[in-house]
Structures are given as structure tokens and as C-alpha cells.
Design a binder for this molecule. Structure first.
Ligand code: HEM
Ligand SMILES: *[C@@H]1O[C@H](CO)[C@@H](O)[C@H](O)[C@H]1NC(C)=O
Ligand SMILES: *[C@@H]1O[C@H](CO)[C@@H](O)[C@H](O)[C@H]1NC(C)=O
Ligand SMILES: *[C@@H]1O[C@H](CO)[C@@H](O)[C@H](O)[C@H]1NC(C)=O
Ligand SMILES: *[C@@H]1O[C@H](CO)[C@@H](O)[C@H](O)[C@H]1NC(C)=O
Ligand SMILES: *[C@@H]1O[C@H](CO)[C@@H](O)[C@H](O)[C@H]1NC(C)=O
Ligand SMILES: *[C@@H]1O[C@H](CO)[C@@H](O)[C@H](O)[C@H]1NC(C)=O
Ligand SMILES: *[C@@H]1O[C@H](CO)[C@@H](O)[C@H](O)[C@H]1NC(C)=O
Length: 458
């Protein structure tokens, strides 16, 4: 019996079931990206955004810094020993001080991305999310994203390749990281379609410029340095490249020249011939780079958009009435002018209830990889549904044009055990407030009013 029940649980279509606070949060970061939103994407919109010294006229970009940071963090991986990998060890001063990690790109990256770390999203996960979002927002392919990286507690052993290393050393380094020679050529090209070499970090490779639009004197790898495309390959193959690691005056530091040419240009020629091959190869290899983690770390399945996702369910107790506000987001609904969406729910008394979510309240938004359509609970923006507080709500289901959406029979479990009380009060427009919290005890709410409503200064 138990085995059967367990199988039933896993036989659902979704990669995971709602609610899952950790994965719900990551799904929002990845798929609710709009121009002008405040998430990670806003720091690479537009793609020449640079939050470090000099801003957009510096010649640098957050997108390039983030991708390089993810590589350097991963590059200490030893696939045999299972040590190192994408674990945010790059945040330790000891690693950043190494010659192999020259420049301030890592601190610039962490200043932005580590701020998105939460109890559910490690700093290492933010580095991976940053790379995925930078590539996707700046013309690149969709990169399958897995969650669950674990932050290192100390610096890893050194091991990032440097421009002056000989080709055999680069091949050995990438083998130690888990990549073949062909994958090395590809991955370097995938990274070096962004950014370039900065004068202050590598003065002998990137000469000082006097360009007011490139104040940090960055020698870019290709002519479209804030855009993902195969120009890194086409310009190299056609012999017009200005890549400072190919045509630099000191051949010792021309690492891209040695790497790109190491198979007689076969791989770079194939990328120059086909933007699609370049994009699909980079999607696969960048995902592998981001999923290179120390042994013992288990990553989630690839996070795909949830077809049905309730968001921000909030309960407010107003006497005997339990106000239930929230939204439900559907992914890629086909258009239907006469759409009927119903919220159905089981209450604590065994009742089955329903409420029509008015189509006039839907909002439709085009995200990078599909269309999200939201419906608000209740029939005006924040009124919510008025429920009998004693009966409450246990499980939700949705019906879209008569088709039931219930996570394969599991439903969407709701926690109505806690509710804000309308006796809560707020003072002024700062955060001074008193939150009265009601706790469900069996089938009624016990209101815990801990303080009197009064001004904080009284
Ligand atoms: C043998 C391997 C590699 C060598 C020797 C190498 C070397 C370099 C050097 C010297 C810079 C200049 C950094 C600066 O001035 O701040 C650079 C920049 C960069 N590298 Fe690599 N790299 C290698 C592999 C990779 C890989 C595998 C990736 C990612 C997939 C990558 C991504 C980047 C990016 C995006 C930049 C631009 C950073 C910016 O403009 O701020 N690199 N690389
Ligand atoms: C990687 O780990 C293996 C096993 O511990 C070790 O023998 C090898 O020397 C390591 N490689 C490098 C380059 O450190
Ligand atoms: C070329 O670069 C190498 C490695 O940085 C350095 O040792 C050498 O002196 C440089 N050669 C010239 C001519 O500057
Ligand atoms: C690769 O192509 C470049 C540009 O056409 C050329 O200069 C170089 O000699 C080629 N390298 C090899 C190893 O064929
Ligand atoms: C919704 O509720 C009404 C009234 O309680 C009921 O008549 C109707 O059958 C319900 N609709 C569905 C789809 O369950
Ligand atoms: C959603 O629709 C878009 C086209 O509008 C398509 O490219 C994408 O693959 C769809 N996504 C899912 C998850 O079905
Ligand atoms: C909106 O909801 C309220 C109760 O929450 C109900 O009285 C009213 O009839 C609804 N309006 C419409 C247009 O459905
Ligand atoms: C917050 O607002 C209250 C009432 O307006 C005021 O007395 C208090 O000084 C404010 N606190 C802060 C930290 O601004």
C-alpha cells in the first residue's frame, strides 16, 4: 500500500509540487522577468549595464563579469577528487587575491548577485542564476537551470587557467575540471563572446586607451561584446579579430589563439558556419559548467515554468470573516475570449466550494519563454475572497474552461493556520507597525493581540 501511494506521488507531470518555497522562489527569479523589474535581470538590462567604476562608459559590463566569475569559481574543480566547483568560494579574499583571479570583476559580481541570496538560494546559486540570466537576456540561448548549490566555507585550492600557460597545461586544466579539449575550445568561445581584457588587471595585454566610452581601457574579444553571438568565431576565422588573447603583441599570452587553433580550427570553423550550433553548444556547456559542484551536492531537476502557480496567498481575519487574497498564474494558456476560471476549494468542514475568478481581472504578460496569465482571487484587485473563518480553506483546485488543474489529484494545499488580524495597525509611512496574528486552533481562530494599538513614540 505504502509503495503504491509513494508511486502515485511521483506520477505527476510537474517537476515538483506546489507549495515548495525554495523552488517557487527560484521559478519566480527565472521566469518572471519583465523590462524594468527589480530582479537579477534588471542589472543586465540593457546589456551594457555596469554597476562598477565608470558605469556604461567603462567598456565593461555586469554580464561579462558575472559569466567570468562563474567560470573562475568553478575552475578549481577536481573531477577525480570531487573537490571545488561552483560553490561561491570566489567570495573569499584569499581566492580573489590570487594572480589567477586578477581584477575587480569578482567583487563587482558579488556586490550585486550575493544580495539575491536567501535562505533558499545560496550565493553559489545566485552566481549560476546570474550567468543564465545574463546569457538569456543578452541574445543567448535558454540555459537549463538546476538549483541547490552549497556555499563553500573556505577557499578552494588554486587552479584557474592563465593566459601565459602553455596549451598542454590548458588541456590538462580543463580535463581536471571535467571537460575535453573540444569542450575547452567551445567553452572558452562561449565565455569570450562577452567582455574583454581590462588594462588595469592585465596591463601588458590590454594597452591604455583614451576613449571616453571605454574609460577602463577594455580590449574586447569581439565587436559585439555585450551580446551573445558567434562573432567571436566569425571574426577569428575571417582573420579580422581584435581579440587581445589572439592578436596580442606578446604571443606568450595569446591563449585563445593556441586554444582556438588546437584542433586545426575545426570547432571554431563550425561555430563560424552556424550561429545555431554555437548557441546550442554553449547552452549545453554553460549548463554543465554551472552544474559542476563538489561531490555530495545534489542539484534539483531543471526548473521549468510551473503550468499553474498560486502566488502570495494571504489571510486576514476580520471578525468571523477570513479574507483570502492572492493570485494564480497560468503558463502559456491559449487565447480564449470567453475564458472561465474557477477556484474550487475544500474547507475544514468537508465542504466543497467554488468562486469564479472574473476574466476582467486577468493580467497577461509575455516573459522570455512564454506567456503568463494571472487571475486575482475575488473580483477586485485586493478585496480577496470572503470565507467563513470557521470553515477556512484546506486545498485549492482550479478549473480553466472546464478543465481541472489539480497537480494530478494532489491539489494545492493552503496553510490557513495563521492569519493577520484587521486589529493590526500601522503608523505613518515607515515600517512601524503592530501585527496582530490569529492562530487557527481546531476549527476557530484564537487571536493573539500582544500589544495595544498605539503610536511607537507614545
Ligand atoms: C584557458 C582558459 C581561459 C583563459 C586563459 C581566460 C583568460 C581571460 C582573461 C585574461 C580575461 C580578462 C579579464 C579581465 O581583464 O578582467 C578574461 C575575461 C573573460 N573571460 Fe576568460 N579565460 C579563459 C576561459 C574562460 C571561460 C571558460 C569563460 C566562461 C565560459 C570565460 C569568460 C570570460 C569572460 C566573460 C570575460 C570578460 C570579463 C569582463 O569583460 O569583465 N573565460 N578571460
Ligand atoms: C585531483 O585529485 C586527484 C585525486 O585526489 C589527485 O590525484 C590529483 O592530483 C588532483 N589533480 C590536481 C591537478 O590537483
Ligand atoms: C610576454 O609575456 C610573458 C608572460 O607574461 C612575459 O614573461 C614576457 O616577458 C613577455 N615578453 C615580452 C617581450 O614582453
Ligand atoms: C585558424 O584560423 C586563423 C584565421 O583564419 C588562421 O590565422 C590560423 O592560422 C588558423 N589556425 C590553424 C591551426 O589552422
Ligand atoms: C460552484 O458552486 C455552486 C454553488 O455552490 C454549485 O452549484 C456549482 O455546481 C459549483 N460549480 C462547480 C464547477 O463545482
Ligand atoms: C510557451 O509558449 C512559447 C511560445 O509562445 C514557447 O516557445 C514555449 O516553449 C512554451 N513554454 C512552455 C513551458 O510550454
Ligand atoms: C464581487 O464579490 C462580492 C462578494 O465578495 C459579491 O457580492 C459581488 O456580487 C461580486 N461582484 C461580481 C460582479 O461578481
Ligand atoms: C516612524 O513613524 C512614527 C510615527 O509617524 C514616528 O514617530 C517614528 O519616529 C518613525 N520612526 C522612524 C525610524 O522613522
Amino acid at each position: 500500500m505504502f509503495r503504491l501511494a509513494l508511486l502515485g506521488c511521483f506520477a505527476t507531470a510537474n517537476a515538483y509540487l506546489w507549495p515548495n518555497p525554495a523552488l517557487d522562489q527560484v521559478e519566480t527569479i527565472l521566469y518572471e522577468i519583465l523590462p524594468g523589474t527589480t530582479g537579477i535581470a534588471s542589472f543586465v538590462q540593457p546589456c551594457d549595464t555596469f554597476t562598477g567604476t565608470g558605469g556604461t562608459t567603462s567598456g565593461r559590463s555586469n554580464a561579462a563579469d558575472w559569466i567570468r566569475t562563474a567560470y573562475h569559481d568553478m575552475a578549481t574543480h577536481n573531477v577525480t577528487a570531487g573537490t571545488g566547483g561552483l560553490d561561491a568560494s570566489i567570495r573569499f579574499a584569499e581566492e580573489q587575491a590570487r594572480a589567477e583571479n586578477a581584477g575587480d570583476g569578482f567583487s563587482n559580481t558579488l556586490t550585486v548577485l550575493a544580495g539575491f541570496s536567501t535562505r533558499y538560494v545560496s550565493v553559489a546559486d545566485t552566481l549560476a542564476l546570474g550567468t543564465v540570466i545574463a546569457v538569456e537576456e543578452c541574445g543567448g540561448p535558454q540555459i537549463p537551470y538546476r538549483a541547490g548549490r552549497v556555499d563553500a566555507t573556505e577557499a578552494n585550492l588554486p587552479g584557474v587557467p592563465q593566459p601565459q600557460d602553455p596549451l598542454q597545461s590548458h588541456i590538462a586544466t580543463f580535463a581536471r575540471e571535467g571537460f575535453t579539449q573540444t569542450e575547452m575550445i567551445s567553452l572558452v568561445a562561449c565565455g569570450h563572446t562577452f567582455g574583454g581584457v581590462t588594462h588595469s588587471a592585465f596591463p601588458t595585454i590590454a594597452p591604455a586607451l583614451t576613449d571616453p566610452l571605454n574609460t577602463q581601457s577594455v580590449a574586447h574579444f569581439d565587436t559585439t561584446n555585450v551580446h551573445f553571438d558567434n562573432n567571436v568565431a566569425t571574426e577569428y576565422i575571417s582573420g579580422i579579430t581584435q581579440n587581445p588573447l589572439v592578436v596580442g603583441s606578446n604571443d606568450t599570452t595569446n591563449s585563445d589563439k593556441r586554444i582556438f587553433g588546437s584542433d586545426g580550427n575545426v570547432t571554431m570553423q563550425s561555430f563560424a558556419n552556424s550561429p545555431d550550433l554555437f548557441a546550442s553548444t554553449c547552452a549545453t556547456l554553460l549548463a554543465r559548467m554551472l552544474d559542476t559542484v563538489p561531490s555530495g551536492v545534489e542539484l534539483s531537476d531543471v526548473i521549468t515554468p510551473m503550468p499553474v502557480k498560486p502566488t502570495t496567498p494571504i489571510f486576514t481575519l476580520d471578525g468571523d470573516v477570513l479574507k483570502f487574497t492572492g493570485r494564480v498564474r497560468f503558463w502559456n494558456l491559449t487565447a480564449n475570449a470567453n475564458r472561465v476560471v474557477l477556484l474550487l476549494w475544500d474547507d475544514h468542514h468537508g465542504g466543497v466550494r467554488n468562486s469564479t475568478l472574473l476574466s476582467s481581472l486577468k493580467s497577461s504578460t509575455t516573459y522570455p519563454y512564454g506567456v503568463a496569465t494571472s487571475f486575482i482571487f475575488g473580483n477586485s484587485s485586493d478585496a480577496g475572497l470572503s470565507l467563513d473563518a470557521a470553515a477556512g480553506i484546506k486545498t485549492m483546485r482550479f478549473s480553466v474552461d472546464g478543465e481541472l488543474q489539480d497537480q494530478g489529484g494532489v491539489g494545492f494545499a493552503v496553510q490557513d493556520g495563521f492569519a493577520f488580524s484587521t486589529t493590526s495597525c500601522f503608523f505613518g509611512n515607515n515600517a512601524t507597525a503592530q501585527y496582530d496574528v490569529a492562530v487557527r486552533v481546531l476549527c476557530f481562530y484564537s487571536l493573539a493581540v500582544l500589544t495595544q494599538c498605539r503610536s511607537a513614540t507614545a
